[in-house]
Design a protein around this ligand. Structure first.
Ligand SMILES: N[C@@H](CCC(=O)N[C@@H](CS)C(=O)NCC(=O)O)C(=O)O
Length: 229
């Protein structure tokens, strides 16, 4: 199996939230993938073979699968005897809802918080590409975003409310054991921790404890990723 992922100057530390979901899903299924690191400006040509413009892209034998959600569905379908990512069709439907639910409430404000940090870990070519493509999305320059992230961080933290409530009575978002919904959220926190030194979760928060549990899964797959230098 090969997994195409996004990196900055440090080729060892993939930081895409979507790729992280996929890495965790592959490990959940007891599978292993060789990762192919790509910078932003390499992605388009490198994954064109799969009809994609983004990572993750998974290659499994003759199968080429793009989009993190489609990859999760592919893994679930092709490896039914391995631990389930969704726990059946109801769970799959609910994970799909979460997949969309966090886009505007969490991923977009967090992107605004992290945008300058992401810029800083990219190589020069990617920095130019990133400014060109991302400044229109945030409606200001990366430099302006660097010092004006606090309202977005407050919004992000307010919008964490339902997730914190949920963890009061269950250990994982999927229930007693982690599954794809946990990986969707964990990918987002990995993104933040890899690109930035900003603390987006309070240490005394249930989310912090949940992330620590997630860090330990699969021989510490997620937890061993430190900060990019
Ligand atoms: N819906 C896609 C989104 C993937 C995505 O946006 N990937 C970003 C990296 S985080 C990417 O490859 N961007 C390429 C670019 O901006 O040129 C998925 O879930 O896989």
């Amino acid at each position: 199996m090969k997994l195409y992922e996004l990196v900055g100057r440090n080729k060892e530390k993939g930081f895409s939230p979507y790729v992280w979901r996929t890495k965790m899903a592959i490990a959940h299924k007891g599978l292993e993938a060789e990762t192919i690191p790509l910078t932003f400006t390499e992605i388009k040509d490198a994954v064109d073979f799969a009809g994609s413009k983004t990572v993750p892209v998974l290659v499994d034998g003759d199968h080429k699968v793009k989009d993190s959600w489609d990859i999760a569905c592919y893994l679930e379908e092709v490896y039914p005897d391995q631990p389930s990512l969704f726990g059946g069709s109801i769970g799959k439907g609910q994970a799909k809802l979460l997949n969309f639910q966090i886009v505007k409430s969490l991923l977009m404000p967090l992107f605004r918080v992290l945008v300058a940090d992401i810029h800083d870990i990219l190589d020069e070519d990617d920095q130019a590409y990133f400014c060109l493509t991302r400044e229109p999305r945030i409606g200001c320059s990366i430099e302006e975003a660097r010092n004006t992230y606090r309202p977005a961080l407050e919004l992000f933290q307010e919008n964490l409310w339902p997730y914190i409530q949920c963890l009061k009575t269950q250990k994982f978002f999927s229930g007693e054991a982690p599954a794809y919904s946990d990986y969707i959220l964990y990918g987002m926190f990995q993104w933040s921790r890899i690109v930035s030194t900003k603390n987006i979760i309070n240490q005394d928060d249930l989310l912090f404890e949940w992330r620590t549990r997630m860090d330990q899964l699969y021989d510490g797959l997620g937890g061993k990723v430190g900060l990019i230098n």
